[in-house]
Design a protein around this ligand. Structure first.
Ligand SMILES: Nc1ncnc2c1ncn2[C@@H]1O[C@H](COP(=O)(O)OP(=O)(O)OP(=O)(O)O)[C@@H](O)[C@H]1O
Ligand SMILES: [Mg+2]
Length: 337
């Protein structure tokens, strides 16, 4: 049985750009899928196709058991979406924005008001609740946008870079909200540039690049694929590099990578802590002075680099939220023609 979010062979082309080139997804109910990929990989396009804002050229998608292409209106009623760019009404206050969403979803005025108050507290917006949201900082807008996506608790949620531009405390709080939602049975597809976030929240991870899924699995599975443990040594002086390299070549089980300007040497190993102790003994015997040494397991960052050939881009600041919203609207309208 397909999961709460299911896609098969999604293709979307913009001119010469194949934003999606045959994407398959299957997210079991009550789980979180983390969609990772470099800028321009197709993450937002995938989210837009799944949330009815864009019509794919080819492929099929079923969300909350409803065919996205055949019954977009019904899908819209079953999902919540928070976009990469906050889509709040600048001239309304935070509170009014949230109440308006509640009313769009046919909540009673009193109920919408209570829900808005609750969410404003939850997202640390209570003090600014009655100011027009155009006076909000980038991080505040983003929080308001997330709160808006949570006014009704839909069974399926999509969040496109939910914590970009949030400070660590607000990010942590959002993670808690997300975990609560999911433990309550919500299914979530989340895109993020923070690999730590995917590691923390996602049950499964899909890495996309050039519109294709290039890897999928749990965070542990992806890390295991990338390779095992490594010993990393930073020697005190340049002269120490050569003897250290020799030692590592002898004890490691692969090529020694040397970064001369930082005096850092890295080698794949097996045997963990025991081997680390041996490396330290050998270095000591040879009189090699070290500044730092450690056993490193692959992180999701390593996975990302080895798969896509580059580091995850530094996320753009939330301050420029808002800009893109009009673009998304225009696109959605154009697509609806
Ligand atoms: N409306 C559009 N018109 C033309 N090209 C588009 C449009 N939307 C997306 N693209 C192109 O499709 C590709 C995928 O874009 P998309 O926004 O889905 O990437 P993304 O993975 O979300 O990137 P980011 O990490 O920067 O948010 C890019 O090459 C982008 O330029
Ligand atoms: Mg995007």
């Amino acid at each position: 049985m397909p999961g709460a979010i299911y896609a098969e062979g999604l293709v979307k082309t913009f001119g010469d750009v194949k934003a999606l080139d045959g994407v398959d997804l299957d997210v079991p109910e009550g789980t979180v899928l983390g969609l990772l990929g470099p800028n321009g990989a197709g993450k937002t396009t995938a989210v837009r196709c799944l949330t009815t804002l864009l019509t794919p050229d080819r492929g099929r998608a079923v969300v909350a058991g409803i065919d996205v292409l055949k019954h977009p209106n019904e899908v819209r009623r079953s999902i919540g979406l928070s976009g990469q760019f906050a889509a709040v009404d600048e001239y309304l206050t935070g509170r009014e924005n949230l109440q308006m969403v509640g009313q769009l979803y046919q909540m009673k005025a009193k109920e919408a008001k209570a829900r808005a108050g609750e969410l404003l507290d939850r997202f640390n917006l209570a003090d600014a609740a009655d100011r027009p949201s155009k006076t909000y900082s980038g991080g505040m807008r983003r929080r308001l946008d997330l709160a808006a996506a949570l006014v009704v608790s839909p069974p399926v949620m999509f969040m496109d870079e939910p914590t970009t531009g949030l400070d660590p405390r607000n990010r942590q709080q959002l993670w808690e909200v997300i975990q609560e939602l999911v433990s309550g049975g919500t299914t979530l597809l989340l895109t993020t540039q923070y690999l730590e976030e995917a590691d923390h929240l996602a049950h499964d991870i899909c890495v996309v690049d050039h519109g294709r899924v290039i890897a999928r699995g749990t965070s542990d599975q992806l890390k295991a694929q990338t390779g095992g443990e490594r010993v990393e040594v930073v020697v005190h002086e340049r002269e120490d590099i050569a003897p250290a390299e020799e030692i590592l070549r002898g004890l490691g089980k692969g090529e020694v990578a040397v970064e001369a300007h930082t005096r850092k040497l890295t080698v794949p190993v097996s045997g963990g802590a025991k081997l680390l102790a041996e490396v330290i003994r050998e270095l000591d015997t040879r009189g090699v002075e070290i500044d730092d040494i450690g056993l490193r397991r692959p992180t999701l960052d390593d996975v990302f680099i080895s798969l896509t050939g580059h580091v995850a881009e530094a996320p753009s600041n939330g301050e420029n939220g808002g800009n893109g919203a009009s673009g998304a609207d225009a696109e959605a309208k154009e697509d609806a023609k």
